[in-house]
Design a protein around this ligand. Structure first.
Ligand code: 6R9
Length: 646
């Protein structure tokens, strides 16, 4: 794909869009030159109990104080629900589509409000107070969304935990967050499979020394019998039924934490990113309105799991703050048969469909005839998030799914950024397949070279942000020093994203991928250090190195080189893979594990991962300079071992 292929919004789309190019230019100008006023105006997108009078006094230097709308007070559940009751109480807020065709639940704003109030009262009844952490470990069911909003309603901080985490992964996060109550389910459904949730949580709590969990609320999803620990575990349904459907919201400071969400970085332990209430809500509403050109009547389907930041911001907070209708789908793209997602789009008349390149690639493989069998005439806008989307996947999405009629917004952002930072405002910014295009108004992107010098004009560098924006994470839970070190020490005064990017002559950004030791497997962030740490805790293994290699479907795959302590032994590769799945989760299971006698190291003892990556990819002609290795003979042995183990 040449960079000159440009896709302006189709006229039919542009004619009705809310933000055109002159409006966008004005917004950019205001955000730059009248930023206080601009952001206070944007704050008006959501409902406040007391409207802020100051936008921000943040700094990326020193202690990195970040605050937005600091004298404002609000409740996020009120901004998502109560505020709509008068005008659109009977409008559908949430369409839940279960895995089986007949399983559909439509909740109006009024009904969702009631469910949230009941859940909030259940939590209050268990003594959960403002600022307490509540862990949510649920599949894609209505209660997941309800639980998030219920925490928000009573001022508790939700910590949504992915259903794919292993017991150990859960245990670390429960201890780190200090959660006092856990909401889980008996099982989750994933196609024909059942994912045991409660048993994994039980094991996690057994392992989690020093956890603060007093109660585990159990939702019956499949209805299978689960063991309940007397005094600690409670069935959720009877408590909800008995709870009052009214619950006064807690009025929160704008800077009160709304949630903690864990993500992986380049060092071992996952980081609990802390998002606060006012700035995050404004960012969710602002970006959802702008990038998805939200308008009344839209049916918005973001396929992300709610345990991902994308699920937080674009399944729950953004679309609900804007009074939209969201689809929550429990199932997989191709279960029971290929075309399942297209069916969901037709059934529920989805207008806006937001998914990940890994899914797009898998759907593309099913062949064009599968998608061609569906009408998809309700669609007007498509979006992509989570990893770079290749030009061919972008074009397929645009042609086969969007039928050339729907703009495609490639959205770049991170758990840390709270919401989208770089994406086309669809009617105003012509798209180039493979580019996330331009920063949104108020987002000050900068490319820095490895010495920290600003790259001007066309060029490549580390993607950094020079000024605070309302949606950014404020700190790492319990570790502000790590927050400063990770994001603000690359170059003083800049937020460092960990991604590399190129800027073309039109100022468009092309994300090239992580430049730190984080790999992206099907949109899941996995730290290579995280993988290496779990292996290191097993006495059978002396050392290991994890690298990411290109993978057709997953974007990247994990390849691990392991040095056994007691010399090579059959079966060890498989055991190392199991150690990783147990320690992190099945989603981190490596593509390949190589048992090797030693790892390539520099004279100062640093593992040369670049070389391992090349060997794993069989790029043996381009191994580069081996002179820095402490022992260059290791390379030949490694190549032979890898070839032998296949
Ligand atoms: C929202 C989300 C963040 C990392 C990010 C980058 C990659 C996300 C992308 C993209 C290229 C895009 N990423 N969107 N790369 N183009 N449109 O994904 O959050 O799970 O924290 O991952 O994902 O590498 O740094 P998170």
């Amino acid at each position: 794909m040449s960079e000159s292929s440009i896709f302006p919004a189709p006229l039919s789309f542009a004619a009705r869009a809310t933000v055109d190019s002159s409006r966008l230019r004005q917004m950019k100008d205001d955000a730059l030159h009248h930023s206080e006023q601009f952001w206070l105006e944007q704050a008006g997108r959501i409902e406040w109990a007391s409207f802020p009078t100051i936008a921000s006094s943040s700094s990326f230097e020193g202690e990195v104080p970040i605050n937005w709308f600091a004298d404002g007070r609000l409740n996020a559940s009120v901004a998502c629900l109560d505020r709509h009751l008068a005008e659109r109480g009977e409008q559908v807020a949430l369409i839940w589509q279960g895995q089986d065709e007949g399983q559909v639940e439509r909740l109006t704003y009024r009904a969702l409000h009631e469910r949230v109030c009941r859940m909030a009262n259940v939590l209050r009844g268990l003594g959960v107070g403002r600022g307490d952490r509540v862990a949510i470990h649920l599949p894609m069911v209505v209660e997941g969304v309800v639980a998030m909003l219920a925490c928000a309603r009573m001022g508790a901080v939700h910590v949504v935990l992915f259903g794919g985490f292993s017991a150990e992964g859960l245990a670390d996060r429960l201890v780190n967050s200090g959660a006092v109550v856990v909401l889980t389910a008996d099982e989750g459904r994933r196609g024909g499979k059942r994912i045991p949730l409660k048993p994994t949580m039980d094991e996690a709590l057994d392992r989690a020394t020093g956890h603060a969990v007093r109660h585990v609320l159990v939702l019956a999803v499949t209805g299978i019998e689960t063991s309940m620990q007397a005094g600690r575990d409670l069935a959720l349904a009877p408590l909800l039924a008995a709870a009052s459907p009214e619950c006064a919201p807690a009025v929160m400071e704008a800077e009160a934490p709304l949630f903690v969400l864990y993500t992986s970085g380049s060092t071992g332990k996952p980081k609990g990113m802390v998002h606060t209430t006012g700035g995050y809500m404004v960012w969710a509403a602002y970006t959802h309105a702008l990038v998805f050109d939200h308008r009344p009547g839209d049916v918005f389907w973001c396929t992300a799991d709610i345990s991902w930041i994308t699920g937080h911001t674009y399944v729950v907070y953004g679309p609900l703050a804007n009074g939209g209708t969201v689809v929550l789908f429990e199932g997989l793209p191709s279960h029971p048969a290929p075309g399942q997602w297209w069916q969901v789009i037709d059934t529920h008349k989805v207008t806006t469909f937001y998914t990940a390149p890994t899914a797009i690639r898998a759907l593309m493989r099913e062949g064009d005839d599968v998608v061609a069998r569906h009408s998809l005439s309700s669609l007007r806008l498509l979006g992509s998030v989570g990893e770079p989307i290749s030009a061919d996947a972008w074009l397929w999405f645009h042609e086969a799914v969007g039928r050339g009629r729907c703009p495609v917004v490639d959205t770049w952002w991170q758990t840390e950024t709270g919401g989208i930072l770089i994406a086309p405002v669809p009617a105003a910014v012509p798209q180039k397949p493979g580019s996330a295009t331009l920063p949104l108004p108020g987002v000050d992107c900068v490319l820095l070279d490895e010495k920290g010098r600003v790259v001007a004009g066309e060029g490549e560098g580390c993607l950094c942000i020079a000024r605070s924006w309302p949606g950014q994470a404020r700190t790492i839970w319990g570790d502000h020093a790590r927050f400063r070190q990770t994001y603000f020490s690359f170059h003083e005064g800049y937020y460092f994203s960990g991604d590399g990017a190129r800027r073309d002559a039109d100022g468009y950004y092309w994300i090239t991928g992580r430049i730190d030791d984080v790999i992206n497997v099907s949109g899941h962030r996995i730290g290579t250090a995280e993988v290496e740490d779990v292996i290191a805790t097993d006495h059978r293994f002396a050392e290991c190195a994890a690298v990411g290699v290109p993978h057709d479907l997953k974007g990247q795959g994990l390849v691990v080189f392991v040095v056994p302590r007691g010399g090579p032994d059959g079966g060890l590769a498989q055991e190392a893979a199991q150690v990783i799945s147990r320690g992190i989760g099945r989603y981190a299971a490596p593509e390949r594990v190589y048992i090797v006698p030693d790892l390539p190291k520099t004279r100062s003892g640093k593992i040369v991962r670049r070389l391992l990556r090349k060997i794993a990819c069989n790029e043996l002609d381009a191994l580069g300079d081996l002179s820095t290795l402490a022992d260059a003979t290791i390379v030949e042995r490694l190549i032979m071992d890898v070839a032998r183990q296949g």
